[in-house]
Structures are given as structure tokens and as C-alpha cells.
Design a protein around this ligand. Structure first.
Ligand code: HEC
Length: 126
């Protein structure tokens, strides 16, 4: 008779493979970690020559923020100019998959938990 784990292991393997899909996670490229979605290869080809793709995947921001970073790299770090179409593909991809983080900051403390304000306020001077 076969030991039980000989049957259990393949089943477990299949279950684990299905997990990311079940969780709604997006498929990422194993080499770069970039989300595999429209435009990802353009980003890989243009954004991993000088630094790790991690620098890209660890950052987040609006389309404007990404454009600002690209301009900064073009002005100061030797990043090449893009054709308008290529830049749009890159910015669309980044804004969509590495957009502004929501809820990255905790909400502000309620007034009652704050220490007294030591400075004069408009209400005092009235
Ligand atoms: C020609 C070289 C070059 C290319 C190509 C390049 N970068 Fe950079 N990038 C840099 C350098 C240099 C830095 C600064 C690295 C450091 O601070 O150590 C940087 C930094 C960054 C940072 C971090 C900025 C910060 O606030 O610290 C991000 C995000 C980034 N790059 C994204 C991109 C993206 C997206 C692309 C593709 C459009 C790209 N890079 C292509 C040179 C490049």
C-alpha cells in the first residue's frame, strides 16, 4: 500500500498553485517582479537597464508622479527620451499597477486623544 503522503503531496501542490489566483492576485514576472499586464514588457525593456525593477515595483504614485520621476531621470540620470506613444504605455501601466497607495497612513488621532495645544489659537485671541 502507498503511504498517504504520496497522494497528498500532488494535491497540496495543485492547491498551492491555485492560491494566488483565488486571492485575485495578479501574475508577476518571476525575473523582475513586474505585474504581467499590458505594457509590462515596455516597462521591463526601458526601466531595468540602470537599476533593479524593484526600484519600480517598490514605488507607487499617480501618473503625474511617475512622469515627474521619468523627467527627473531624463534630466539628471541619463534616461533616454521616449516616443510619446511609448511614454504613454509606460505611464498607463505604472499608474494602473503602481498607483497611489490608499490607506498607507493611519487615520488621524481623535481630538480627545491629542495633547493640549501649547500655542495660542485664533479662538484664544478672540
Ligand atoms: C539611464 C538609466 C535609468 C533608466 C533607464 C531608468 N532609471 Fe530610474 N533611476 C535611475 C537612477 C540613476 C536612479 C537613482 C538611483 C538611486 O537613487 O540609487 C533612478 C531612480 C528611480 C526611482 C526611485 C526614485 C526615488 O524617488 O528614489 C524610480 C521609481 C525609478 N528610477 C523608476 C524608473 C522607471 C519607471 C524607469 C523606466 C521608465 C526607469 N526608472 C529607468 C536611472 C535610470
Amino acid at each position: 500500500m502507498k503511504p498517504l503522503h504520496a497522494l497528498a503531496m500532488p494535491t497540496l501542490g495543485v492547491a498551492l498553485l491555485c492560491l494566488p489566483l483565488a486571492a485575485g492576485a495578479q501574475e508577476t514576472d518571476p525575473d523582475t517582479g513586474l505585474v504581467k499586464a499590458e505594457g509590462w514588457e515596455t516597462v521591463r525593456n526601458n526601466c531595468t537597464a540602470c537599476h533593479s525593477a524593484k526600484l519600480v515595483t517598490q514605488n507607487s504614485g499617480s501618473r503625474n508622479h511617475w512622469q515627474y520621476l521619468i523627467r527627473w531621470m531624463q534630466d539628471t540620470q541619463g534616461l533616454w527620451e521616449f516616443q510619446a506613444e511609448t511614454e504613454a504605455t509606460i505611464l498607463d501601466y505604472l499608474a494602473e499597477h503602481y498607483g497611489p497607495k490608499e490607506g498607507a497612513r493611519r487615520p488621524p488621532l481623535p481630538r480627545t486623544l491629542m495633547p493640549d495645544n501649547p500655542y495660542p489659537t485664533v479662538a484664544d485671541s478672540g
